[in-house]
Design a protein around this ligand. Structure first.
Ligand code: ATP
Length: 215
């Protein structure tokens, strides 16, 4: 099973650590602030007080054996970059680092981060899109220009089958699931009729998804 280390237990880091632990993964949580370490101690596999910019301390914790490291240090950009670099030099296979802005993200990529995330920017975008398009419930960026969106069925969809709607040929998008209250159908058939309140999970190019929202 994959082993995770989360460094920096602010709101973002502690949420990542908790979610991984709740899903049954081994999580080592690290922060230089002992109080934050104690707060999480009962919820993750191990919680340790340490300064992640101290290479010796990181080596002593055996971090090279972890599959994935999440660098969730926020405002201390220097510590965030240094930690990312140390983890990659130690041989951690996959390092995810949180960036404050695009320039910071560029530096993180240069020092070896395998993935850079912008939690505030991404969450802001998701909420804004949700607010301006009433039938969009959620949106996840899947790849540059591609997203997975949850769309509430519009009046033009209710009572029609997926075959009748021709979403693939007309919009070039794929309906990957249909949610109906608590139930989720992950292999919707062309003959499935959509009902009011159904939620479509659709994968496609952003431009195509924009057109679909107006259907
Ligand atoms: P969030 O938005 O997730 O709450 P933030 O962006 O405000 O976080 P900070 O609070 O600056 O980020 O940092 C997150 C955590 O990282 C803090 O709890 C801080 O103690 C910890 N941290 C900062 N530097 C180090 C370091 N060198 N070693 C270990 N932990 C660190």
């Amino acid at each position: 099973m994959k082993q995770f280390v989360v460094i920096g237990l602010g709101r973002f880091g502690s949420s990542v650590a908790r979610t991984l632990a709740e899903r049954g993964y081994n999580v080592l949580a690290i922060d230089k602030d002992e109080a934050l370490v104690q707060e999480l101690a009962n919820e993750v596999t191990h919680a340790v007080q340490a300064d992640s910019t101290d290479e010796n301390a990181m080596n002593a914790l055996g971090l090279r054996n972890f599959d994935v490291a999440i660098v969730a240090i926020g405002s201390d950009v220097h510590a965030n970059i240094l930690t990312t670099m140390i983890l990659k030099e130690m041989g951690v296979r996959y390092v995810v680092a949180k960036a404050l802005d695009p320039l910071h993200g560029k530096v993180l990529t240069k020092v070896g981060a395998d993935r850079v995330v912008f939690p505030e920017r991404d969450m802001g975008m998701r909420i804004a899109l949700n607010l301006i398009s009433s039938n969009i419930l959620d949106i996840i960026e899947f790849a540059p220009n591609f997203s997975i969106v949850e769309i509430m069925t519009t009046q033009n969809m209710v009572g029609k089958t997926l075959n009748e709607l021709q979403l693939r040929s007309k919009f070039g998008v794929n309906v990957v699931a249909v949610k109906d209250g608590e139930r989720i159908n992950i292999s919707p058939a062309a003959s499935d009729e959509l009902r009011e309140g159904d939620v479509l999970v659709v994968l496609g190019e952003n431009q195509a998804l924009d057109k679909l929202k107006k259907l």
